[in-house]
Design a protein around this ligand. Structure first.
Ligand code: ADP
Ligand code: NI
Length: 220
């Protein structure tokens, strides 16, 4: 059987039922986003690397492994070796998974290859728009976080450090991170989709804050 199909089955088995926003359906959407971006990209690239990296990118998310970001690439390598993938493909996929773990509002894209940039874009697209809104509230519920707290002003935090040390709300997460993502996309295809999804979030936040405040204008 094809290694991409085998990997799909492997990831589905591993991640089914994951509650915090990294379930199989997140992977499925990121994979589809990758296919869409690749369809609109004329540059030469290794399609298999993109497909495998998107499927394996959250296989052992570092947040749930006591901050050990080596777990994901290690699990991915072991799996790909068991499938007799080419060494070059394994190295590239594991590098992408490692680089993807550098995230947060202040983090500049560390992605060196076009393949990595596509997977990063595809993952970020799933954090914005209607799906992004749903995932943010699902994550907030999982963490027992407040929806919104008028005492914590929506604002942009400058560094990932500040972001970590501050108690947050789900609405605040939009200002800390989700509204910044459209300007961090790498590929033209993703930029186009991100702009649409961004506008949808702005409309949502406008309504949310307006309903919360009675009336009044909101600044982003
Ligand atoms: P991924 O690995 O898919 O890039 P993360 O692990 O950073 O994303 O987060 C998973 C999901 O949870 C994303 O949709 C993200 O927006 C959301 N999320 C992360 N932190 C928070 C938070 N503090 N409040 C609300 N949603 C959050
Ligand atoms: Ni992801």
């Amino acid at each position: 059987m094809d290694i991409v199909l085998e990997t799909m089955e492997f990831v589905k088995r591993k991640l089914s039922g994951e509650e915090s926003g990294h379930d199989w359906w997140h992977i499925d959407r990121v994979y589809s986003n990758c296919l869409q971006i690749m369809n609109e990209t004329n540059e030469v690239l290794n399609k298999e690397v993109v497909e495998l990296a998107s499927l394996l990118h959250d296989i052992a998310d570092w947040k749930f492994n006591n901050g050990d970001e080596t777990v994901g690439p290690r699990v991915a390598r072991k799996w790909l070796e068991s499938q007799q993938a080419e060494e070059e493909v394994i190295d590239h996929v594991c590098q992408i998974i490692k680089d993807l773990s550098f995230k947060g509002a202040g983090t500049k894209s560390p992605m060196k290859s076009l393949e990595g940039q596509i997977v990063q874009d595809a993952d970020r697209l799933d954090a914005i728009g209607a799906i992004g809104i749903a995932r943010a509230f699902a994550y907030g519920g999982y963490k027992g976080q407040e929806l919104f707290n008028p005492a914590i002003e929506p604002k942009l935090h400058e560094t990932a450090e500040q972001y970590k040390s501050q108690r947050t709300t789900t609405i605040n997460h939009f200002f800390e991170k989700l509204l910044l993502l459209k300007d961090r996309m790498n590929t033209p295809a993703a930029i186009k989709i991100a702009n649409e999804r961004h506008q949808y979030m702005i409309n949502f936040l406008d309504n949310f804050l307006r309903e919360n405040n009675g009336e009044g204008s909101v600044h982003y």
